[in-house]
Each structure stands twice: as C-alpha cells, then as structure tokens.
Design a protein around this ligand. Structure first.
Ligand code: UDP
Ligand code: MG
Length: 317
C-alpha cells in the first residue's frame, strides 16, 4: 500500500494541534489504498506544542515529530518535514485547519490518476482577512508575476499533495532563503489547482504580522526576480541622459541670454533627488548582496534538537 506523509509545521500551536489531528486523521481513515503518516515539525515553540506532540506520538500510530533548536520559520519547517517524509506521496498542511482536510481525497485522486504530479490548493477569496492586508497581497502577486518568469499564483496556499519525484526535486533546491510558493512552481511538473474558500483559523493566532508579511513579500521578489537590479540600471541611465540634456540647455542658455547663475534652491532639489535615487539603487544592490552572502555561508536550513515517534530518522536516499 502506498504511504502518504503529511508534513505539518507548528509554531506555538497548543490551541490547534489536537483538533487538527482529530479532524485530519478522521478524514485520512476514509482514504482507501493509502497508509498515512503525520510528521509534525515543532518550529521552536515556546508553549506546550512539543508536549502535545510527544503525547500524540505515544498514543497514536503513524505520528512522528521533529523539534527545532529554535524558531527557524515555516519554510525551514516544511523543508525538514519533507526531508523526513518517507511516503511515495507527501502533503504539506497548516495545523490551524485553514487547509481543509476534506480536500485530501480529491487531491489524492488527482495525483493518483497519473495525470498530475501535484494537487495544490488556492483560495478564491480572502474573507475574514483585514482589508489592507488583502489589498497588499493582491498587488504583491501582480507585481511579482510581472517581474519574475516563475509563475506565483494569487491565493496559492502551501497546502499541496505531491509525488515523491516532485518532493525530491523540491529538496534538491537547497537554497537558504526559501520562498516555497516560488520553489514549487520553479521545479515544474503538472499541477492541478483545487479551489476553496478562505477558512478562518480554528484557534490561536496568526504568526504573521503585517510587517513580517511585507518582509516575506520582498524576500519572494528578490529570490525569484532580478528585475529590481535592471530597474536600478535603467533609472541610472535615464537620469544620466536627462542631466546631459540639462547641461546642454544650461550652456546654450548662458551663451544666448547670459546671467543664469541663480536658483540654488532648485539645485538643492536636484541634488537631493539624485542622491535619493543613488541610495535607493544601492539599497537594491545591498539586498541582493545580503542574500548572496547568506547563501555563500551555506548554513543549514534548520537544526534539530530532538525527534520522536516511530522511525523518526531521515529518509534514506
Ligand atoms: N508556522 C511555523 N513557523 C513560524 C510561523 C508559522 O511553523 O515561524 C506555522 C504555523 O504553526 C502554521 C503555519 O505555519 O501551521 C501557518 O501559520 P499561520 O497560520 O500563523 O499563518 P497564516 O495562515 O495566518 O498565513
Ligand atoms: Mg493560518
């Protein structure tokens, strides 16, 4: 029988872990032709999450857990989970039930049918989300899709079910600055989008503040597009051309009409404008340099402190 590994990143989720397991394992019991294993990844939680996971693994078969030495972020947690998944199929799900487990049977059928390598979920609305947040999110998807050749689908969740072949491909993308929504799309394969409505959290709170999301969005752009670098050079070139014509104009004006040595306020404005643009472009360069710096260091994506549950070793390759 095929094995389906369900990877679940958890960060301070004491309020949701148990409901998630109860709900999802009930749905999984109805899946025929597959065994299911759960891989919970405790991303350095400071509440009782790990304790609950330990208990779950003791009581229930097919539950494994990994625990990080500190909070490494959801991207790292997904990576660790997928690295430890042993199934021929693997799925990634949030623990807060915002990824409805009821979709699993449909997704499983799609992938097992052989026509698709991956079934992924996208939400078609953003009900229950702060308005400003949805507005920025929509603009972000428009922008990144203009700037990057990798398609990033609006409303795509990280909830997906993949074949072993695709999981291995995702794991081969070993970059440190991970932006999974881009990586899943970059590796290719045939993906079927399953649409759903937005579901609110079953309990606890979202770990994403507006500022964290903004940084995440910028990371996504930098990870999957070098267009900002081109913007910097084009802007620089355009300004050089403009100042060249301005100089010609000033010289001609001096020669024809004379007496143009006035207007230092406008000069200050121009200097400020140009230095602003220079700083802006240097900032863009700095961002790429910083990312390259982190990549070059080759730090591990995550560090495990403990793991447990049956067969908790990494999958042998
Ligand atoms: N998460 C994580 N590490 C973090 C932040 C979040 O593993 O640093 C997990 C979290 O426990 C949840 C999932 O990522 O299972 C999605 O997080 P959340 O629900 O807070 O995000 P939202 O749904 O609001 O985008
Ligand atoms: Mg959530």
């Amino acid at each position: 029988m095929a094995l389906l590994s369900i990877v679940v990143p958890c960060y301070n989720e004491e309020a949701t872990v148990e409901t998630f397991y109860a709900h999802t394992s009930a749905v999984c019991a109805g899946l025929d032709g597959v065994d299911v294993e759960f891989i919970f990844v405790d991303d350095g939680s400071t509440d009782r999450t790990l304790e609950l996971l330990r208990r779950l693994a003791e009581e229930k078969p097919g539950v494994r857990w990994l625990s990080f030495s500190r909070n490494f972020g959801k991207e790292a947690a997904m990576y660790a989970g997928l690295e430890h998944a042993r199934g021929e199929l693997a799925a990634v799900m949030d623990v807060d039930l915002q990824d409805p487990p009821e979709l699993l049977p449909e997704m499983l059928e799609l992938v097992r049918g052989g026509e698709y390598d991956c079934a992924a979920v996208r939400r078609v609305d953003r009900k229950g989300e702060p308005l400003i947040r949805s507005w920025f999110a929509r603009k972000f998807y428009k922008l990144i899709n203009k700037m990057s050749r990798t398609e990033i689908v609006d409303g795509a969740r990280d909830f997906r079910l993949m074949t072993r072949q695709m999981v291995d491909a995702v794991l081969r993308v070993g970059e440190y600055n991970r932006f999974s929504k881009g990586i899943f799309s970059w590796v290719g394969f045939r993906t079927k989008w399953v649409e759903t409505e937005n579901v609110e959290r079953s309990g606890g709170e979202s770990k994403w503040s507006f500022f964290k999301l903004l940084v995440y969005a910028l990371d996504g752009i930098i990870a999957f597009s070098t267009a900002p670098l081109a913007v910097a050079s084009i802007l620089g070139l355009a300004l050089c051309a403009a100042s060249f014509f301005a100089i010609i104009f000033v010289i001609v004006r001096q020669l024809v009409w004379g007496g143009s040595a006035f207007g230092w306020p406008s000069m200050v404005c121009i200097i400020l404008f140009l230095s602003g643009i220079q700083l802006f472009c240097m900032g863009i360069l700095g961002q790429y340099l910083a990312k390259a710096y982190l990549e070059v260091k080759k730090r591990p994506i995550y560090i495990l402190r403990e793991s447990g549950g049956e067969h908790c070793d990494k999958r042998e390759t």
